[in-house]
Design a protein around this ligand. Sequence first.
Ligand code: RP5
Length: 158
Amino acid sequence: MSEFPRAAPETFTEPVPELDELEIDTPLVGIVMGSKSDMERMEAAEKELIDRGIRCEVRVMSAHREPDKVAEYARNAKIRGLRVIIAGAGLSAALPGVVAAHSELPVIGVPLTSRTSVAGGLDALLSIAQMPPGVPVACVGIDNARNAAVLAARILDS
Ligand code: RP5
C-alpha cells in the first residue's frame, strides 16, 4: 500500500477559481488589421462577433512595418486561448499570410479596399486567396469583414 497521503476525491472535482476566470475572459477570436485606416471596415467583424456573444480582441499591426510584432502575436495566439484569427489588410495584403505562417490556427483573410487599391481591392483579394500550398488562408469577399466573423463562428461551432 502506498505511503503517500491521498487527497480526498472531491479535491479533483472542485473548480479552480483562477482558471475559471481565465476561461471566461479569454478572447476566442483575434481580429487584426494592417492599419488604423482599416478599422472602419473591420469593425463589422467585431460587431458580428459581439452580437453572437463571441469574445474577441482587436489589434492593429502591420506585416511590413512591424513584422516582429505580427510574428510574436501569431506565435502566441493559440497558447493565449485564441481559436481563430481574422486578418484584414489592403494593397498587397501580406498580413493574413504572415499570421498563417506563424500559427496553426485557422486564419480568415479580409481583402480591403484602401486609397491606393488597384482594381477595387483585387490586389488584396489575390494576395490573400493565392497563398501557396501548405499555408492556407480562407478568403472572404472584398471589404466583407462581417462574413469573416460568421465563418469564425461556424469554425468555433464545428
Ligand atoms: C495596408 O495598406 C493596410 O492594411 C491598409 O489597407 C493599406 C493602407 O495603409 P495606410 O497607408 O492607410 O496605413 O498595409
